[in-house]
Design a protein around this ligand. Structure first.
Ligand code: GAL
Length: 355
């Protein structure tokens, strides 16, 4: 809209210049053209209030959002989306994490590439940095990024930690380690209602994954629970009186039916895992990365935040966000449809006409 009003101002100025005959006609014609551009822009803004799973999602510059395998951090009433920035023009020797901000989880402003890192552990040309997550530490005032760090063969199996003084500032690499001395591949992020922060990490040799509370300075972890299910893309939410954990099976970039379990406490006991969607739907080709809880004045919506991977052109991978159907211990992922979200009331609505 700012763009449209600027254009209109230009025209107002043009109208003040004495114009006769052809010149006047041209001024009127360009006014009409630009007014329709303004209206068109308004229409576009309205259309973009809708979340459309699987379709290209643009930032405020009209660029494709690059935040794959991402996470959402809430800071001072604003949502920040961090994720893998796979822009083809990036330096192939470096790995990038981009940061976007939003007040409504629909319109995203590109802040910057907050991490631009050259192979910090000398893992070789195809080294891997995936699934970055950022935690805001109220005690230290620092922002702490965790990400999966690996070599081309996924044998290094560690997390890396990078720290910044500002949420969208530059994150400096501090260290890499194996949480709880275990191999760690896919990671997930969870912040509980009381502010306590957790890392979820998949650990292949144990045939399961861990929930691990971050230490007070967020620079390490302590064990909360081990869940004996070999799942990755781990995500967690507290809803009603239950914790719900979600994960995908280990099929690399290929999608599979994601599953969930519930427990009354983070330490368990956890139920058996059940399908999040009819298994033949194959999770609508998506893989979990996070569960985002939006509590508003009227209700609470839990969003399944997933990736639709395109391994041959990772930059072109899409996002799959849908509100989950939650009901006393059951959690179901609806098929992809356009939907709207009101973060103030917490309400979400699937578009009746699919538009
Ligand atoms: C997926 C994982 C991705 C990436 C990929 C590589 O299972 O969730 O983050 O590691 O495997 O094959």
């Amino acid at each position: 809209m700012r763009f449209a009003s600027k254009k209109l101002k230009k025209i107002e100025v043009a109208k003040l210049i004495p114009a006769r005959g052809e010149k006047l006609r041209r001024v009127i014609a360009s006014f009409v053209t630009l007014a329709s551009v303004a209206l068109g822009t308004a229409g576009l803004c309205a259309a973009q209030s809708v979340i459309r799973p699987g379709e290209p999602w643009l930032d405020h510059h009209g660029q494709r959002i690059q935040a794959h395998g991402g996470g959402i951090t809430v800071w001072k009433g604003t949502y920040y989306w961090f994720g893998e920035d796979r822009t083809p023009a990036n330096d192939p020797e470096k790995r990038y994490v981009a940061c976007y901000s939003s007040r409504d989880l629909v319109h995203w402003k590109f802040r910057r590439q907050v991490l631009v890192l050259a192979d910090p552990e000398h893992l070789g040309p195809h080294w891997v940095l995936e699934r970055p997550k950022v935690y805001a530490n109220p005690r230290t005032g620092k922002f702490v990024m965790y990400a999966h760090l690996d070599d081309a063969h996924y044998k290094f199996a560690r997390v890396m930690v990078a720290v910044s003084n500002r949420i969208d500032g530059t994150y400096n690499f501090v260290k890499s380690f194996r949480p709880l001395d275990e191999e760690s591949r896919d990671i997930g992020q969870f912040v509980n209602d009381d502010g306590s922060a957790y890392l979820i990490f998949e650990s292949r040799p144990t045939k399961g994954f861990f929930l691990a509370k971050l230490t007070d300075d967020f620079m390490g972890v302590e064990k909360t629970c081990f869940i004996p299910a070999p799942l990755e893309g781990g995500a967690l939410v507290h809803y009603g009186n239950l914790y719900y954990v979600v994960g995908s099976h280990m099929t690399g970039w290929r999608p599979n039916p994601n599953v969930y379990a519930t427990a009354p406490a983070l330490t368990g006991p956890w139920t058996e895992f059940k399908n999040l969607a009819p298994p033949e739907a194959n999770n609508y080709d998506s893989q979990s990365t996070m569960l985002v809880k939006v509590t508003g004045s009227k209700t609470t919506t839990v969003i399944f935040m997933g990736d639709l991977w395109r391994p041959k052109s990772l930059w072109d991978s899409r996002y799959f966000w849908m509100p989950l159907d939650m009901d006393h211990g059951s959690m179901q992922l609806p098929p992809p449809q356009p939907w709207t979200l009101n973060v103030k009331t917490g309400e979400s609505a699937i578009q009746a006409n699919g538009k």
